[in-house]
Design a protein around this ligand. Structure first.
Ligand code: GAP
Length: 493
């Protein structure tokens, strides 16, 4: 299991920096919280995960098309979507150490540490429902039992924090400001026009770009309902929270799909189940994540957005608990209707066969590629004897193979190895290593997830074959040089 190793997260953070997957953001200036740089291996791994996503959900499906919309959209987009008014987190400040914390994380972490049995907590017997923000004891007990408090009102957080005497996780004191809402959208300004007119936002989700282009997609392509639009790209959120490595960052890559359908022609529950299966198959099949580390969790009424009829999160067991990996929501016709209202344009869809006009409904699967990458690294990590192995699926591993000359001071071995290396590089990303003994070179490649190590030795010069060593089993076999490309290609299929 992913968390069988003590300090697994620390090990992944350290390996990522040491081997060039992920570096702390702006490190030479003392760092920037919740930001990271993707190094030479990290950028390859991330790109491979993106490619898997794009191939699985856009290219291989006849009911999907792709889009690449702007990061900066017209500011009215975010008014229409509700982000300007409501895209916020409840925050609380510690008056003693000045640390700002997300109120939901504060209470959830506290419940996780102290348990979710309501009997353990001092919930007042007599309290003022209006003053506390809760309707009664039953509501509070249900929340405590669930361990989930996302979506509560400021006043409700204040009550829980007061009743449970939740201390500051940084300094341990109990000296809080009231809970307040902070908007997560990053504001920016365009050009030199007066400030009020120039205000714009970096997109908080890629989804809105899809709704904004809906009419153009329908008018320019031969899509008919039901169909989906997939988009990969950066989103930005002013996250003031402990980020847990690349799990939660200020900027991140999203992979979002809006799947449009006519609710009278298609059963939304059936489509929802089909999407659940597609996401599960992708995570357990393409990314080969262990099923025991995954679960579905349905949002309760308090947590679910007001426009959503059903929301389920596919959660992964990160070292800091089961957390959202992928959100799946039935957003009804909320977004297109809002954009009709704010733009004044008709965004309805006309059925080419019947002429019927409707505003389509959508089911939205939304994931963070960086979060997928964090999961992939954690799930692939293994310690076997004195070696560390990243058991990445070969298709997403940064290097598909590494080529070694047995000895670095034998010109004929180095020359032959170079030939093999250059040949394979035309097709795959391949590593070269001629330092230290072969055992050390194997271990160095294991740690970065290279599935195959190819050694050129004296027999190669005579017989034209090489030793290929498998990362996961450490088994070795001899393969002809001319068969190497086929051998690797088959392993990637
Ligand atoms: N359009 C819906 C939407 O954006 P969300 O649950 O806020 O929904 C979708 O985000 C996914 O994006 C999440 O499940 C998560 O994988 C990823 N995500 C959200 N915020 C993130 C952050 N600050 N850093 C990394 N990934 C994030």
């Amino acid at each position: 299991m992913a968390d069988q190793y003590e300090n697994l997260m620390e090990k992944i953070v350290s390996l990522s920096k040491r081997r060039g997957f992920v570096f702390p953001g702006s490190e030479i200036y003392g760092g920037l919280a919740n930001s990271y740089e993707y190094g030479p291996l990290g950028v390859e791994l991330k790109k491979n995960i993106q490619d898997e996503w794009w191939n699985a959900f856009v290219r291989r499906r006849s009911d999907m098309v792709g889009l690449d919309s702007s990061i900066i959209l017209h500011p009215k987009v975010w008014e229409a979507s509700g982000h300007v008014a409501g895209f916020s987190d409840a925050m609380i400040d510690c008056k003693n150490c000045k640390t700002r914390t997300r109120a939901d994380h504060l209470v959830e972490d506290y419940l996780e540490e102290h348990g979710t049995d309501p009997a353990k907590y001092r919930i007042p017997d007599v309290f003022d429902p209006a003053g506390s923000g809760f309707s009664g004891r039953e509501e509070i007990e249900t929340i405590v039992k669930s361990g989930k408090v996302e979506g509560l009102k400021e006043q409700q957080f204040d009550s829980l924090i007061q009743w449970f005497k939740v201390p500051c996780p940084t300094c341990g004191k109990f000296d809080w400001t009231p809970v307040r809402k902070f908007n997560l959208l990053f504001e920016t300004h365009i050009g030199i026009v007066p400030e009020a007119q120039s205000k714009a936002y970096l997109r908080g989700e890629t989804a809105q770009g899809i709704f904004v282009s809906f009419k153009n997609i329908v008018d320019s392509s031969r899509v008919t309902l039901p169909f989906g639009v997939g988009q990969l790209g950066k989103s930005f959120r002013n996250e003031i929270t402990k980020g847990n490595f690349i799990f939660r960052t200020l900027e991140f890559e999203q992979g979002e799909i809006e799947y449009f359908f006519d609710p009278e022609a298609d059963d939304w529950q059936k489509l929802f189940e089909e999407w659940k299966k597609s996401l599960w198959d992708f995570v357990t099949g393409d990314l080969r994540i262990r099923t025991e580390n995954l679960r579905w969790r349905e949002h309760g009424d308090e947590e679910r957005s007001f426009y959503s009829k059903r929301t389920e999160d596919l959660e992964y067991r990160f070292p800091f608990g089961f957390k959202e990996l992928w959100g799946l929501a039935y957003r009804t016709d909320y977004d297109l209707t809002q954009h009709q209202k704010y733009s004044g344009l008709d965004l309805s869809y006309q059925d080419p066969a019947t002429g019927k006009r409707i505003v389509p409904h959508v089911i939205e699967p939304a994931v963070g590629i960086n979060r997928l990458m964090a999961m992939v690294l954690l799930d692939a990590y293994a310690e076997e004897g004195d070696r560390v192995v990243l058991k990445l699926p070969p298709r997403i591993a940064p290097y598909k193979a590494a080529v070694f000359p047995l000895l670095r001071n034998k010109e004929e071995l180095v020359g032959k190895a170079r030939e093999v290396y250059e040949g394979l590089r035309k097709k795959f990303l391949v590593a070269w290593d001629d330092r230290g003994n072969i055992g050390k070179r194997y271990y160095a490649q294991d740690e970065i997830g290279t599935p195959y190590c190819i050694t050129i030795d004296f027999d190669t010069l005579e017989k034209g074959d090489v030793t290929v060593r498998d990362r996961d089993t450490a088994a070795q076999e001899r393969i002809k040089i001319e068969d190497l490309e086929d051998f690797i290609t088959k392993k990637l299929s």
